[in-house]
Ligand binder design. Structure first.
Ligand SMILES: [Zn+2]
Length: 86
């Protein structure tokens, strides 16, 4: 199954948690192995919040988000035609 965020890589746990470039545009949102395996409850709470945020974005972002292609610019009829060859 392809990642629902980037549509390019396989949607594995490690991809979603730290590898996806669509979900993680900076280092702070990434979840490391240590964030999950720690026994520090404050860190675990933070990790849970981060994962919730990632899941929200994963569902919200359609795959391959790109600016709408195929919409031709509508400013072609301005009247200033290029000079005609003689
Ligand atoms: Zn991805």
């Amino acid at each position: 199954m392809k990642c629902r965020a980037c549509g390019q890589q396989t949607e594995s746990q490690s991809h979603i948690l730290r590898e996806c470039k669509t979900l993680h545009q900076n280092e702070t949102s990434k979840i490391t192995e240590a964030d999950i395996t720690t026994e520090d409850t404050d860190t675990l709470k933070e990790t849970a919040t981060k994962i919730e945020e990632i899941m929200r974005r994963l569902i919200a972002e359609p795959p391959g988000t790109t600016p709408a292609a195929g919409t031709a610019p509508a400013d072609l009829g301005r009247g200033d035609a290029p000079p005609q060859p003689q």
